[in-house]
Write a protein that binds this ligand. Structure first.
Ligand SMILES: Nc1nc2c(ncn2[C@@H]2O[C@H](COP(=O)(O)OP(=O)(O)OP(=O)(O)O)[C@@H](O)[C@H]2O)c(=O)[nH]1
Ligand SMILES: [Mg+2]
Length: 243
């Protein structure tokens, strides 16, 4: 049997308000570069009338042909996380309400969610509670694998949301917290790999019916220092390949 048949796929969904950096984080994680311009993501359609539905673009890179908008995209990347190979299927979604046509649909299929806000926008911080509630409602669960991601930590002088507030909210959700910068590639891999850890832990709990302990600084409500280093040394392997 080939190795690929043992590859576990994880469906990760990046959610949060408009302009918080969901696309920038996703592209930084998958393609290791920073997208400076803001081109709002649109779900399930083209911004301008176009004859080809975006669903025909399978696991594509971000649409960059001129005259077309940035549509919701699914990206795939193979990683080794804690000595286990994982194929990450990452869905970058639209934060702007009017472009969020597929919200309930992706919430049904996602196995884990990055709840992203920008430290420069209090409104975006408040919005992630709404996303979290909606996920729990769609899943019909009291808890589900999520991670609170405070992005744009390079913009310290524009900070509107304190680190403690983010950490407290994560504690309230019973999940991990991490500050990131898509621009400076701080904690980007760690955000995605920590979510995979949450999914594994959750699945184990579902199978055994018993809570699984998280230890050390990666435990729920804990904080990864935004100095670019994974404090646990258990982050993504650094040798990820795009599938
Ligand atoms: N300084 C800084 N700017 C960032 C960072 N992440 C994203 N940006 C910028 O913020 C703007 C919005 O980023 P996007 O990634 O397009 O935001 P989004 O969350 O995908 O927005 P929607 O698709 O509308 O939901 C862009 O100009 C990015 O370059 C970051 O970590 N630091
Ligand atoms: Mg986007």
């Amino acid at each position: 049997m080939s190795r690929a048949q043992f590859l576990r796929e994880y469906k990760l969904v990046v959610v949060g308000g408009g302009g918080v950096g969901k696309s920038a984080l996703t592209i930084q994680f998958i393609q290791s570069h920073f997208v400076d311009e803001y081109d709002p993501t649109i779900e399930g359609t083209w911004r301008r009338p176009h004859t080809q539905p975006c669903s025909l673009l399978l696991a594509s890179s971000r649409c960059s042909r001129s005259g077309m908008a940035n549509v919701t995209d699914s990206y795939r990347k193979q990683c080794v996380i804690d000595d286990e190979v994982a194929l990450l299927d990452v869905l970058d979604t639209a934060g702007q309400e009017e472009y969020g046509a597929m919200r309930e649909q992706y919430m049904r299929t996602g196995e884990g969610f990055l709840l992203v806000y920008s430290i420069t926008s209090r409104n975006s911080f408040e919005e992630i509670s709404t996303f979290h509630q909606q996920i729990l409602r769609v899943k019909d669960k009291d808890s589900f694998p999520v991670i609170v991601v405070a992005n744009k930590c390079d913009l310290e002088f524009e900070r509107q949301v304190g680190m403690n507030e983010g950490r407290d909210l994560a504690k309230h959700f019973g999940c991990r917290f991490i500050e990131t910068s898509a621009k400076q590639r701080i904690n980007v891999d760690e955000a995605f790999s920590n979510l995979v850890r949450e999914i594994r832990k959750y699945n184990k709990e579902q199978q055994t019916g018993r809570p699984v302990q998280s230890n050390g600084p990666n435990a729920p409500g804990s904080y990864n220092h935004p100095d670019g280093l994974d404090q646990t040394g258990t982050g993504c392997c650094g040798g990820c390949v795009v599938a």
